[in-house]
Design a protein around this ligand. Sequence first.
Ligand SMILES: [Zn+2]
Ligand SMILES: [Zn+2]
Length: 187
Amino acid sequence: MRSITTFDIQYAHRFFGFQGEAQYLHGHTGLLTIEVEDTVDPGANFVYPCNEIKKTAWDVVRNFDHALILREDDPLLPAILAVYEKQGIKDGHPQNKMKGPAFKTELASAYPDCRLVVTKETMTVEGMIKIVYDLLKDKLNIAKITFTSGVNAATCEFPVGKSVDRCPLCGVALDENGVCPKCGYKK
Ligand SMILES: [Zn+2]
Ligand SMILES: [Zn+2]
């Protein structure tokens, strides 16, 4: 069975090199849906607590929220960084608090201090699914990711091989010693 979690993400981007309107900087509210698959844990009677999926995924996903997402070869990138630098906000601001830990993968790098994500490929809905799966595949048993943004939507299913050992009392994944990080239950 699957546990399903959704996220709203506000972001700005553009399709650099594209011929249509999307070559201009613009914004979206994107809806990201992550489906996690496993057996129904007999103790907790759910696959995985959705608030725990949310916590794990949001650590990564909030880097895209209220962020500017640009491709690495976009000339807007140095231009915007120069403005942020001049304004003194490139390396952070006391009120820029909703930050996740920075990440760097083959597909994308997050700079939470200036709310910027730099991508290797154009950030289409398909591109977002590839980036998010890559960031979360080792943390969650992801069976499907769907991303909707404006009139664009994409979805992708992923093979789920293994089952994760979960706490029968609160449903969260046990650590490598078989201990629940939330309530201390030991297998
Ligand atoms: Zn767009
Ligand atoms: Zn527990």
